[in-house]
Write a protein that binds this ligand. Structure first.
Ligand code: ATP
Ligand code: MG
Length: 405
């Protein structure tokens, strides 16, 4: 079908009372960003809907992107025709014929914002119901839960028909909850945590620690590419890379082995918190799940979390690994996450990290290193990049390598 418009229904924001306007404004600008590749589009934000007027742009491609915008409950591709019953009838029949599967039932549901139109809603329902029964062999009417509902809207500027409703991403528009920092590794969990944070309206910035030459350029490229996978949900995402080599070497040399991991994590958290302050973020997100690995016991959280009072939010904390993997597959980060490039933590991981680190000991051992000096050095070396959807870093890396051979 040659659709002319996508009708977009808002999600939870309808319950947000006086914040409604700012929610709609944010959803409007997020939708614009998500659809920037379609220059002919026109988007109109109304009180109860967003109208995406296609002007010939590819409706399937537009809907794929719309499906990634948080704050959208669902949407319907629609066709606008003139206020002329011959056109309405022909379009209604074509629409139903395209969707009809043997055994399907249908109903017509008309709304009018223009009460002067020649047919009222009951007359319109009866008229279109009749022509569909006459022209689509085998179809029958069912009032409660039919497979197909033909929605007809009579407005001043034309008549709109739609028969499909596609589920949106739900959640809240990214940015309406404020800004947070996501500690992004190259693993499976943190990208999923980032996705879930954005789903609740948080605008995230990535903080990634890397340790050259112990970690390869590919590990960094992988973290950037994961960011690009999440970018469609936000328009674009800031990627902040923090050099961590010197800190890890110092810790390795000076801190007892059982506490290497705990002290490293404390430094990561301290640095992320400093960056959060500079970026005016409100909270820090990570991909920790209880009991998954040594550093993810509650004792560990106590020993690591000790360095800040900033809220540390852990969207996947109570999920099983296979539940996290399921989401990673849905958002298409899984295959990237399992690519085997060592990240900075694996390389400096002690053979037997303490699963129940003691807080007092942790604090004492951390004094063996120059926390302030090392942090200043790392902060001086951070690099920020804005990453958009569909940017590729790993394959680019490969072509570079290929060109060197
Ligand atoms: P993930 O799958 O997210 O890597 P994980 O199960 O491998 O998680 P850890 O390696 O213990 O767990 O990391 C726990 C959390 O610490 C990660 O989810 C991430 O938020 C943060 N983290 C770990 N490594 C890094 C890193 N190199 N840069 C930034 N954050 C990191
Ligand atoms: Mg990891």
């Amino acid at each position: 079908m040659e659709y002319t418009e996508i009708m977009v229904r808002y999600g939870e924001l309808s319950t947000k009372g006086k914040n409604r306007r700012s929610f709609i404004d944010r959803l409007y600008s997020n939708t614009r960003k998500a659809l920037h590749r379609f220059p002919a589009l026109e988007i109109h934000a109304r009180r109860d809907r967003l109208h995406v007027v296609l002007h010939g742009e590819d409706s399937a491609a537009v809907m794929k992107r719309l499906g990634q915008v948080f704050g959208i409950q669902n949407f319907s591709p629609s066709i606008r025709v003139e206020r002329d019953m011959d056109q309405v009838r022909a379009t209604a029949i074509a629409m139903i014929k395209e969707q009809y599967q043997p055994g399907d039932t249908f109903k017509v549901n008309t709304r009018r914002s223009d009460h002067n139109f020649e047919l009222d809603t009951n007359e319109m329902n009866a008229e279109l119901g009749g022509v569909i029964l006459d022209n689509v062999p085998g179809i029958t009417v069912r009032v409660h839960k039919p497979e197909i509902t033909l929605r007809v809207e009579v407005r001043l500027d034309g008549i709109y028909l739609s028969s499909r409703t596609i589920q949106g991403a739900g959640g809240l528009p990214v940015g309406t909850a404020g800004r947070g920092m996501l500690m992004l590794s190259g693993g499976i969990d943190s990208p999923v945590a980032g996705y879930l944070a954005m789903k609740r309206g948080v605008a995230i910035q990535m903080v990634h620690f890397f340790s050259p030459p112990y970690t390869s350029a590919k590990a960094l490229a992988k973290a950037k590419e994961l960011t690009s996978k999440l970018a469609p949900y936000a328009g674009s995402i800031q990627f902040i890379e923090v050099p961590f080599t010197h800190i890890q070497e110092e810790i390795k040399n000076k801190v007892p082995e059982g506490y290497l991991m705990t002290v490293q994590r404390r430094l990561m958290l301290r640095l992320t918190d400093k960056i959060r302050e500079q970026q005016r973020g409100l909270a820090i997100f990570n991909g920790e799940a209880l009991g998954q690995v040594a550093s993810q016991t509650m004792e560990s959280m106590v020993a690591i979390n000790d360095v800040t009072t900033t809220p540390i939010l852990r969207p996947v904390v109570s999920m099983d690994k296979n539940e996290i993997i399921k989401i990673a597959e849905e958002i298409d980060t899984f295959n990237l996450s399992i690519m085997p490039f060592e990240d900075c933590c694996t390389i400096f991981a002690p053979p037997a990290p303490k699963t129940r680190p003691n807080l007092e000991k942790t604090r004492a051992y951390e004094k063996f290193i120059d926390v302030e000096g090392l942090m200043a050095e790392a902060l001086a070396g951070i690099k920020m990049t804005e990453i958009k959807a569909d940017e590729e870093f790993l394959s680019q890396d490969q072509t570079e390598i290929a060109s060197l051979l």
